[in-house]
Design a protein around this ligand. Structure first.
Ligand code: ME8
Length: 534
């Protein structure tokens, strides 16, 4: 038997400072959709997500709340995990926390490798630091504003002057290697426009990076045996060194002989937001080159979501909790809206009207009505079983071919994370099928002679077969509704042969895409699956 291909996908790990918002949900859901697609397409998939728990920001927040940092992160990480598990139906394989014991070991191991490569040295750091971003900025990247404080121009967060002993990573030595790597691997970053911004930044030259801190202690300790001859201070790693290493920890590093590491490293996809592209496209490959570890294959950079065009912020009070949306619209409509509405990679602005529009027109009308009408007719006019089609006309064949092409179209779109394109094309085919159904008018044929009744059976068969193909392919996006649809069509669940019309029979592999509905299979009177939002 051919070896099963593997796929390793990660999200950014979130700072568990506040509550998850719809922007976080966007990232989790899009990674989940990608992971589900690969699983259904036959890949052994490992999906990693979690929380980024160290750093000055967490320590300061904890102090402000009268908690220890560990108490704060225990409390908040549980909230993020609960949203993944109970609100968004995220099919991750591991929820990593950077306070997990194995992660300390992994972070110290990569540090040792970078020391062995001669890329880490002790010096003094003086410069501007944003605690909010956990990032260092050159003076030219900052400006003093009206309130007299200094801010990062790019992220509008306040920066403070930091002067302390620090270990440095020789990032400057990696400029040429990185540029060569980008040239050799043009798909490393996507979409191209966002990757180009990173490349331009590297072309302008790189400074060495401060990678340890001594003025607080909430972090992974720099291995003591390496430092005792050089310094009397206790250093903890700069939070981004340990944060990025989570992707290695998740699959068993430093045990590079482990089965999971051998299977899943290098990662196939890091899925992240636009504000952290430099960390993933510059620092991360440089650290890995230094440590002699293979580089990930791709980083996809998504845009940020804004509430009716306004950036979400606690002070404005326009932060949307994922559970609020799911309660209002239902989970599958929310998942569908997020992936269909915004070209992946671009920023997006959402409104109540836009979500309702997608829910009602795309889901309830174009898909829901078509399924409900055709399946009701099968239940009523075809003795409750998938009908036997007659001779196919050109129109029948054309619509079936359009539906057949959706597997390849979707694969191509998913490969470069153009989720919106896969869905756009799928709904285009549904639009054509609606037109085909209206034109053929099977409800009129039902009242006609034997030939017309045969024609009705053919039209109903063809329509149901298009719905089967569409339902298979949209399982990653709307898993619950697609499963109900496949149940209603009595499509066998993978590995569950013989199941007919049982409810919630689980996912169906894309391996079944090329099959067809079997005439004579009994189906029950359909229940509506896609309610309208009133
Ligand atoms: O950056 N719309 O964590 P984080 C879409 N711990 N995505 C958004 C968003 C919005 N409005 N706001 C934030 C960190 N995000 C680090 C990552 S990875 C080794 C360490 C995205 O909690 C953001 O772009 O600030 C990022 O990808 C993720 O949420 C976590 O952001």
């Amino acid at each position: 038997m051919a070896e099963q291909p593997t796929y390793y996908i990660t999200t950014a790990i979130t700072y568990p400072n506040g509550e998850p918002h719809i922007g976080h949900a966007y990232e989790y859901i899009s990674a989940d959709v990608m992971a589900r697609f690969k699983r259904l397409d036959g890949y052994e998939t490992f999906f990693l997500t979690g929380t980024d728990e160290h750093g000055q920001k967490v320590q300061q927040n904890a102090e402000a709340q009268g908690l220890t940092p560990k108490e704060l992160v225990d409390q908040n990480a549980a909230v993020f995990k609960q949203v993944d598990d109970e609100v968004l139906n995220i099919s991750y394989d591991r929820f990593i926390r950077t306070t997990d014991t194995d992660h300390y070991e992994a972070s110290q191991a990569i540090w040792r490798r970078m020391v062995e490569a001669g890329d880490i040295y002790l010096d003094k750091y003086s410069g501007w630091y944003s605690v909010r971003d956990e990032a260092f900025y050159a003076e030219s990247e900052t400006e003093v504003r009206e309130d007299g404080e200094r801010y990062s121009k790019e992220t509008n967060t306040e920066v403070h002057w930091v002067e302390e002993e620090s270990y440095f990573f020789r990032l400057s030595a990696y400029q040429d290697k990185l540029l060569k790597f980008y040239a050799d691997n043009p798909d490393y970053g996507g979409p191209r426009s966002r990757f180009n911004e990173v490349i331009r930044f590297v072309e302008n030259g790189l400074n060495d990076l401060s990678i340890s801190r001594t003025t607080f202690d909430w972090g992974v300790p720099v291995p003591k045996d390496l430092t005792e001859s050089e310094t009397s201070l206790d250093h903890v790693m700069y939070v981004w060194v340990d944060a990025l290493t989570n992707y290695l920890t998740g699959v068993g590093f430093p045990n590079t002989d482990s089965e999971s590491f051998a299977k899943f490293w290098p990662a196939d996809l890091h899925l992240i937001g636009k504000d952290i592209s430099r960390f993933h496209c510059i620092f991360w490959p440089a650290f890995l080159m230094s440590a002699g570890i293979e580089l990930p294959k791709r980083v996809i950079i998504h845009g940020h979501l804004h509430n009716a065009g306004v950036k979400m912020s606690k002070s404005i009070g326009n932060v949307v909790a994922p559970s609020a949306w799911v309660d209002t619209y239902g989970l599958d409509p929310v998942r569908f809206f997020l992936l269909r509405e915004f070209p992946y990679g671009q920023d997006g602005s959402y409104t109540h009207e836009a979500v309702v529009g997608r829910k009602n027109s795309d889901l309830a009308n174009n898909l829901g009505n078509l399924a409900q009408r055709s399946l009701s007719m099968i239940a009523k006019n075809c003795q409750g079983a998938i009908p036997e089609p007659g001779q196919l006309t050109e129109a029948d064949q054309a619509i079936l071919e359009q539906a057949s092409s959706l597997l390849e179209t979707s694969r191509k779109a998913y490969e470069v994370q153009e989720f919106h394109k896969a869905l756009e094309r799928t709904w285009h085919v549904l639009g054509e099928t609606n037109a085909y159904f209206a034109e053929a008018a099977p409800w009129k044929l039902a009242k006609g002679d034997a030939a017309e009744q045969q024609r009705m059976r053919t039209v109903l068969y063809v329509t149901a077969e298009v719905i089967r193909r569409v339902a298979l392919l949209i399982q990653p996006v709307i898993p619950d509704s697609a499963t109900k649809l496949l149940d209603a069509l009595a499509v066998e669940a993978s590995g569950d042969a013989g199941a007919t019309n049982a409810s919630n029979t689980g996912p169906r592999s894309f391996a079944a895409f090329g099959d067809a509905l079997v005439p004579g299979t009994p189906i029950a009177k359909p229940q509506p699956i896609f309610p309208r939002h009133e």
